[in-house]
Design a protein around this ligand. Structure first.
Ligand code: UDP
Length: 317
């Protein structure tokens, strides 16, 4: 298939681009390089630098694309609280420009990177796709609005759409890994502390109602997550929008992740405890029964593999 990957210079987009090329697809990456890196785009993919608003219509027009995989987004919860307008504009506004460019160019399918943040504070776990969506920050709210727009474009314009709601993504795949200028994620921060960057890992809150007092999250290896995109691409059905959670179904606390990092790196990792980070729910664990049953997806890499691949990636740079 001929595929447009928005945000293909970012962490997850670059991993999935590599997998799509490996599977024999033609890949064009559209990325404004605001947070992505040109050298993360895998060999064999063509990189177009530009925003969706300015460039999507031009790239898609008359070019015979079969589908779009839409990763391009702003994705920092804290930043979204400080600058909600930026998140509505970049995430929702630019996605609407993309959807309309698809409609005009007759591109029939889209796989979209949605998020667990659309659910907000869960009433019960594991979280089902049918659970209420009450995002607690502009990041989650903007992604939920895109899910809604996708459902409408499917119903009214016949596009086939799949939204994949990511829980916590970790690990690396060869030379594609996490390279955020502002790193907020747990595993890269723990590994930086293990690498002797000078700063201890700060644990955000030890008084949560969980077995060891730290937050519990559902981690998926980026390669397993990527595999779900290839399955979703095949499953896009005209006029239909489907949502799938992507998690492993089991949770790790911050302290449990730290322990695996200590084992994998063999290092003594300095930590300090701090207050809770605003907006962090105590437990976020996905039910991934729907995607397992309907698409046959199964995560195959455990926490050890995620940490080990992320550590190899960090050490290679
Ligand atoms: N966390 C932490 N220290 C850090 C980064 C994260 O204690 O430097 C905690 C955070 O409070 C959350 C968990 O680790 O409970 C996972 O956070 P991350 O930012 O990786 O993902 P999120 O679940 O927020 O999407």
């Amino acid at each position: 298939m001929k595929l447009l990957v928005t945000g293909g210079a970012g962490y997850i987009g670059s991993v999935v681009s590599a997998q799509l090329l490996e599977a024999g697809h033609e890949v064009v990456v559209l990325d404004d390089l605001s947070t992505g890196h040109a050298d993360a785009v895998p060999d064999g993919a063509r990189l177009v630098r530009g925003t969706l608003r300015d460039t999507a219509a031009e790239v898609l027009g008359g070019a015979g694309f079969d589908a779009v995989l839409h990763f391009a987004a702003k994705s920092l919860v804290g930043e979204s609280v400080e600058k909600p307008g930026l998140y509505w504009d970049k995430n929702l506004g630019e996605s609407l420009a993309l959807l309309d460019a698809m409609r005009v160019a007759d591109v029939p399918r889209i796989v979209f990177s949605s998020t667990a943040a659309t659910y907000g504070e869960p009433e019960s776990t594991p979280i089902l796709e049918t659970d209420p969506t009450r995002p607690t920050n502009p990041y989650g709210a903007s992604k939920l609005a895109i899910d809604t727009a996708l459902a409408e474009y499917a119903r009214l314009h016949g596009i086939g759409g799949v939204s994949l709601r990511y829980f916590n993504v970790a690990g690396a795949q060869g030379r594609q890994g996490e390279r955020h200028t502002v790193e907020t994620h747990l595993i890269p921060n723990v590994l930086k502390a293990a690498d002797g960057g000078g700063r201890p890992l700060r644990i955000f809150g030890t008084d949560y109602p969980t077995p060891d007092g730290t937050c519990v999250r559902d981690y998926v290896h980026v390669t397993d997550l990527g595999n779900a995109h290839l399955l979703a691409l095949d499953a896009c059905a005209p006029g239909t929008h489907t949502i799938y959670n992507l998690g492993s179904g089991s949770g790790y606390s911050v302290l449990e992740v730290l322990e695996v990092c200590r084992e994998v790196t063999g290092r003594d990792i300095p930590v300090e405890t701090g207050p809770r980070r605003p907006g962090d729910p105590a437990v976020l664990v996905a039910s991934s029964d729907r995607i397992r049953t309907e698409l046959g997806w199964k995560p195959e890499r455990d926490m050890r593999a995620m940490v080990s691949d992320a550590w190899t990636f960090l050490r290679s740079r």
